[in-house]
Design a binder for this molecule. Structure first.
Ligand code: IPD
Ligand code: CA
Ligand code: CA
Length: 302
């Protein structure tokens, strides 16, 4: 069941409902089957969702191909790097059709300057290593920054068909094949020994491994479990959905976290650096958690 929104959308009018005429004609243009949404969405979030669904179509097709390429001697690496470049191209062109004046900052294509006020921030494929290995845990992450503030974000997992979305001041929601626009809330857990914590383990050539292992060791010793699923945008979405009680990682880029941060905040959670200081997009460390665990987890990570 959907909860009523806290506020009506203020910045973007008219309010649109995905799946209702005249915005659509029975199906999303390129995405999965129509879902009637009970939560009001701005025109902006509607455009973002359509762009992500269009990009997801190619990713799903390519993911199927990757599963075949696993057994070839060359492997699917080159193929995958083309898949994420193509997904970003689709995002860029879909968004440019309706918002040609907006800038675009993507992991693959870098920065395209726009009106200086609005900028899309996109990771067309978060969880590349999973994708490359045929692990069906990856997502498209797309955010809109306006005058330096993230005001809308979506994280879409094409394989599970889970769509996490949020607009500043209007809450965070999830659409799944079975539930439409369900309000997201971070978990209420306050006990560290019951907490499930997501993280990102630095790989070869990245990060300070001994320093990371010290943090991990303390978290492991005090919590119900630690998970490393390999897609930071989804890790943050999982905190917003109350699946993880907290998430921490080092060295993430703006496109990894722009949408996920807003999801967590709009779901009532906190995003800081691991010392509890304000998190700047692309800063050296990130901690997302519910309010009840904040002080304890910062103490543990200190
Ligand atoms: C990566 C994933 C991963 C995180 C890495 C990111 P990519 O993004 O989000 O979970 O640990 O630091 O670079 O390369 O799959 O888009
Ligand atoms: Ca990423
Ligand atoms: Ca990526």
């Amino acid at each position: 069941m959907a909860f009523p929104p806290r506020d009506r959308p203020s910045r973007e009018q008219p309010v649109a409902r995905i799946g209702r005429a005249p915005m659509t004609t029975g199906r999303e243009r390129s995405g999965p089957a129509e879902r009637k949404s009970l939560a009001p969405r701005s025109a902006t979030i509607t455009i973002m969702i359509r762009a992500a669904f269009a990009a997801a179509k190619g990713l799903k097709r390519d993911f199927g191909e990757v599963e075949h390429l696993q057994v070839s001697a060359k492997g699917p690496a080159d193929f995958v790097s083309r898949a994420d470049i193509m997904a970003e191209k689709v995002l860029r062109s879909e968004l440019a059709r309706t918002r040609p004046e907006y800038g675009f900052f993507g992991e693959e294509g870098g920065e395209t300057k726009g009106d200086g006020r609005n900028r899309w921030i996109a990771d067309p494929l978060d969880g590349t290593t999973n994708f490359l290995h045929g692990v069906p845990h990856f997502a498209i992450s797309l955010a809109l920054e306006r005058e330096g503030e993230i005001i809308a974000g979506i994280v879409y997992q094409p394989i599970s068909d889970e769509l996490f979305w949020a607009e500043k001041g209007n809450g965070a929601f999830i659409d799944t094949p079975n539930a439409r626009s369900r309000r997201l809330r971070v978990s209420a857990r306050k006990e560290m020994n019951q907490a499930l914590v997501g993280t990102g383990i630095p790989q070869k050539g990245r990060g300070d491994h001994p320093a990371y292992l010290k943090k991990l060791e303390v978290v492991m010793g005090q919590t119900a479990g630690v998970r490393r699923w390999g897609a930071a945008a989804l890790d943050l979405a999982f905190v917003a959905a109350g699946r993880y009680d907290a998430f921490f990682e080092f060295g993430l880029a703006p496109w990894d976290v722009a949408a996920g941060n807003l999801l967590v905040q709009e779901a009532g959670g906190l995003v800081t650096d691991i010392a509890g200081q304000p998190y700047a997009l692309g800063g050296p460390s990130i901690l997302a958690c519910n309010t009840g665990l904040r002080d304890q987890i910062i103490g543990v990570l200190a």
